[in-house]
Write a protein that binds this ligand. Sequence first.
Ligand SMILES: Cc1cc2nc3c(=O)[nH]c(=O)nc-3n(C[C@H](O)[C@H](O)[C@H](O)COP(=O)(O)OP(=O)(O)OC[C@H]3O[C@@H](n4cnc5c(N)ncnc54)[C@H](O)[C@@H]3O)c2cc1C
Length: 388
Amino acid sequence: MSDQGRTIDPAEEEAFLDAIDRWIERSVKPVILHHDHNDIWPEQLVHEMVDMGLFGATIGQEYGGLGLPATTYAKIVMKISSYWMALTGIFNSHLIMAAAVERFGTPAQKAKWLPKFASGEIRGGLALTEPNAGTDLQAIRTVARRDGDHYVINGTKTWISNALNGSCFALLVKTDPDADPRYKGMSLFIADKREGFTTGKKFDKLGYKAIDSAELIFEDYRIPADQLIGGVEGQGFFQATGGLELGRINVAARGVGLSEGSLRLATEYAQQRQTMGKPISEHQAIQLKIGEMVTRARAARLLTLDAAIAYDKGERCDLEAGMAKYFASEAAVANSQEAMRIYGGYSYSKEYDIERFYRDSMLMCIGEGTNEMQRMIISKQWVKRNPA
Ligand SMILES: Cc1cc2nc3c(=O)[nH]c(=O)nc-3n(C[C@H](O)[C@H](O)[C@H](O)COP(=O)(O)OP(=O)(O)OC[C@H]3O[C@@H](n4cnc5c(N)ncnc54)[C@H](O)[C@@H]3O)c2cc1C
């Protein structure tokens, strides 16, 4: 796989992460509450992310991307998510689309699309889920029928991140709805917005605000056949799920950020808030919580970096990435809930940041394979690696 085996000079990585820190301080922190509370897409921050090269973070340098290894990328996602997780969704799902083209696309597709994805000129995401099919992806009903040198696509995708502000999506369809097994009839397309491709209205969500989620609707959408990723029908299921290791490392990194951010907020508050004549951080009940939170956040970070290091070495890391995704997302939920308790009544005030961490964290347990499925996958992989 083209993105494995990458390395980075430690000094270069440090300089990059320092630049991210400065950007968060200068540009991100001052505007989070306004955008989150009003569910406004952060246009200015998107321009700045384009300038920093984040839309090409994991795309190869030969295509104009930064070509970062998974470890550096995970550290960037952790940092940003420790302040505002939703912001990372704007470039994460875009990069998953790009990874599908970089790994499985034809040389002509890579040459045509990747430089535009890397520069942020074209931005988008991944369109798999349908109203009747999330976990059971093979049940999708969107169909592409060949018509000369085009395909004609009909169907509806739902819950698609960047649906309104993105202009191009890796779109999973059935090219042979009668195939048995079902996955053999699935294909992945580079679907750019044009006639026949419309969007529904923006979903009003619990959290993950500011990034737009909506339906993508395809009605007799005609697309050139050379936008079939890899140029061969029947590879789509493998192509869409082939990037799952990196996708899971990415969700794990968001979970780490949410866990560490919740811990940071709780630590600050527990030292400022006084009851019974002393800071609440000196009460044993709060110490027990913080002790667990620190340990959880650290374990989540180490599991995530463990998976990312294995990925960068080109080693098999499906089990490691699955464990990191599962543990870090549950750590995000647990730490944000404990931080809410430490904040007491003020956790319910929208003037404080902690309620956003509480609203945002649950999504990490759902995306990139629900945690119910994740545990089953971990178990199956573990047993497979340890035959009796
Ligand atoms: C904010 C947000 C953003 C999203 N962004 C995107 C996006 O950009 N692109 C995209 O394609 N999708 C996106 N999704 C969709 C997301 O990937 C799906 O919601 C997720 O895959 C779960 O599918 P589902 O909601 O249909 O749940 P279901 O598949 O209906 O599952 C419901 C419950 O049943 C459990 N379950 C299902 N099957 C099994 C089984 N075989 N064994 C045991 N338990 C099972 C699940 O774990 C879950 O608890 C997004 C969702 C949200 C909420």
